[in-house]
Unconditional design. Structure first.
Length: 309
């Protein structure tokens, strides 16, 4: 069996969140799998089995974001089409490169469509840190629209700090708030829309995204502020929302266990589900679409599940 060194190192970096955010996770896993395949030896059947084992190891590194599963699935599906080992290795390399090209193109197209939602002077509230959302905000700035962004801190991991760093690097006005300030901010400031990324969009159009997203969406609805999510096809899943696994992360990310009184349990779910009724639309590479429509039309583009068997 070929060495799993690169695969294990990438899986470890994904687990520890050194590599984080759905798009980056998917891309780095696809690359690690394709690199691993180049080292595989044996019959075509053996190489495919080895690739599937490596893909499963990567896939398990974080269970929620489907971009990970889809990106690996595209590499496996391309390999399964071939009947010789050299052709499989080439197909793996090309599929991983295509994942990168497609993600980049999706980000660019979403940026253009999303920027159309924004008007001069708009105030946007965002949660967590999404490269796709940043792309939209940068595109709006690039096309001469001055927008202001209010970013939540995003407990417990603090991804909001990355968001405000990215915004300032692009010269965009922004403010940081604690997560619990969302209601007050929506009620007292003229927020025009909420825009977040996506970890998984389920087949019913439900959004699975960073913990707190569902609360932000409910508060947006209560304050008549439209709530949008930006999601390329790699974020869509065949699964129903209840079947999307919500990752639970270590207690120490929430509180130092040594400082907690004995007997206190800590729950650390890091994603939640926002129902389609709360979502004004998804900004996809094909434009703005309702949750059901966006989910429906992505299904044909997803990698086949039998690529894993
Ligand atoms: C990141 C997160 C992001 C999405 C979208 O969670 O919830 O909103 O992954 O990001 P974590 P992108 O920090 O736990 O990975 O648009 O960059 O794919």
């Amino acid at each position: 069996m070929a060495t799993h060194g690169r695969v294990e190192a990438t899986a470890a970096a994904i687990r520890s969140m050194e590599i984080r955010g759905a798009a980056k996770i998917g891309l780095s896993a696809a690359r690690a799998l394709a690199d691993h395949v180049q080292t595989c030896e044996g019959t075509p059947g053996r190489v495919l089995r080895d690739a599937r084992r490596a893909a499963r190891l990567l896939d398990q590194a974080r269970p929620t974001a489907v971009a990970l599963h889809n990106s690996l699935g595209w590499v496996l599906a391309a390999m399964a089409e071939e009947s010789t080992v050299p052709a499989m290795k080439k197909a793996a390399r090309q599929a991983a490169a295509l994942v990168a090209v497609d993600m980049k193109a999706a980000r660019a197209a979403i940026a253009v469509h999303g920027a159309k939602l924004l008007r001069q002077g708009d105030v946007v509230l965002t949660h967590c840190n999404s490269t796709t959302v940043l792309g939209i905000l940068e595109q709006a700035a690039h096309s001469g629209k001055d927008v202001e962004v209010i970013a939540t801190e995003t407990r417990p991991f603090g991804q909001g700090l990355l968001t405000v760093k990215g915004l300032r690097a692009a010269g965009i006005e922004c403010a940081l708030i604690v997560d619990s300030a969302v209601q007050h901010v929506l009620a007292t400031r003229d927020v025009d829309l909420v825009l977040v990324g996506a970890d998984t969009v389920a087949r019913d159009g439900c959004l699975v995204n960073k913990i707190g997203t569902a609360g932000v969406a409910a508060l947006a609805k209560a304050n008549d502020v439209p709530f949008y999510s930006a999601a390329g096809v790699h974020k869509f899943s065949r699964r129903d929302s209840d079947d999307v696994v919500i990752e639970e992360r270590p207690v120490r990310e929430v509180a130092d266990p040594r400082k907690l009184p004995a007997g206190v349990r800590v729950f650390n779910p890091v994603f939640d589900r926002t129902m389609p009724e709360q979502i004004a639309g998804y900004v996809t590479e094909r434009g703005l679409a309702s949750p059901r429509k966006a989910a429906e039309r992505s299904l044909a583009s997803l990698p086949p599940e039998d690529a894993w068997q």
